[in-house]
Design a protein around this ligand. Structure first.
Ligand code: CP
Ligand code: NVA
Length: 312
């Protein structure tokens, strides 16, 4: 993965993902000696963030490098200056760009005008860093990915699309229940269907949450209104009412099923009040794992000397 962009999960192979899982396991258990000293990262964000920004900043610092955060107002992506010009300037200063954009095409434009790696920190189409950390959390909690079943309930959004691709590549069965007109993009489904020929995963798309959740190992949801869709929030609250994760729905999953959400959550909307505090919920481990996964991702993309601590 050295030197490559990560705009989509489809930029990775199943071997890349498996390696990231095992590297992250070591990283989380042992820490990692400074291997990216003298490397700089630009964090170019058009939307707010807690986890992604903080995990990238902490990760690069722990690896000996530094991050420069460029806030939405500061740079004025596409307003004060074109994405292409911003990309060409940052290309002269830093070793990689981590960008969170409204439109996925802005990311592609940035990648097109740089020869340093560009990492998708969330676009309207995908959230690959989240999906990779989620796979790691499942791997950590369940000991495997292959043959397990993840039920995603809710909007077929950026988080769902990256998860679908990551699951299909690694043999994790993926079910999604969304209202008509709010499901996964057809093109994404067809890419995922290509992956399952090798991985053996199954994909099931339905409008009925109960059909998706029955006997699932993982129950996953995300907000009904993503950043940038605020004008639709009232309508979406109505359309998604039947898609709330509550005790009744979780009871249909396996007894030891885990509950996942990328956060931020709207308690009382996509998850019933208190559900994320239940013993099945792993959402804060999931948030923590963003940082561990980011460290192995940065090392594999930005290079650097990999020096595990003694004993590994
Ligand atoms: N899950 C996630 O990406 O959170 P932030 O939007 O806070 O970065
Ligand atoms: N789907 C959400 C994810 C936030 C991490 C959004 O795009 O706002």
């Amino acid at each position: 993965m050295k030197g490559k962009d990560l705009l989509s999960v489809s930029d990775l192979s199943s071997e890349d993902i498996n390696l990231l899982m095992s590297d992250t396991m070591v990283m989380k258990a042992s820490g990692w000696l400074s291997s990216l000293s003298s490397k700089s990262l630009a964090l170019l964000f058009e939307k707010p963030s807690l986890r992604t920004r903080t995990s990238f900043e902490v990760a690069i610092r722990q690896l000996g490098g530094q991050a420069i955060y460029l806030s939405p107002n500061e740079v004025g992506l596409g307003k004060r200056e074109s994405a292409a010009d911003i990309a060409r300037v940052l290309n002269r200063y830093v070793d990689a760009i981590v960008a969170r954009t409204f439109s996925h095409s802005t990311l592609e434009e940035i990648a097109c005008h740089t020869d340093i790696p560009v990492i998708n920190a969330l676009s309207d189409k995908e959230h690959p860093c989240q999906a990779l950390a989620d796979l790691f959390t499942i791997y950590e909690k369940k000991g495997d990915l292959k043959g397990l079943t993840l039920a995603y309930i809710g909007d077929g959004n950026n988080v769902a699309q990256s998860l679908l691709l990551a699951a299909a590549l690694t043999g994790l069965n993926f079910r999604i229940a969304s209202p008509k007109d709010y499901t996964i993009d057809k093109k994404m489904l067809s890419i995922a269907k290509g992956y399952v020929i090798d991985s053996g995963a199954t994909i099931f798309v339905t409008e009925k949450p109960t059909q998706a959740v029955i006997n699932a190992d993982i129950v996953y949801t995300d907000v009904w209104t993503s950043m940038g869709q605020e004008a639709e929030s009232q309508k979406r609250r109505q359309v998604f009412t039947e898609y709330q994760i509550n005790g009744k729905l979780i009871a249909l999953a396996k007894e030891d099923a885990i509950l996942m959400h990328p956060l931020p959550a709207h308690h009382g909307e996509e998850v019933a009040e208190g559900v994320l505090d239940s013993p099945a919920s792993v959402v804060f481990d999931q948030a923590e794992n963003r940082m561990h996964l980011t460290k192995s991702l940065l090392i594999s993309i930005m290079g650097g000397l990999e020096v595990p601590l003694p004993g590994y």
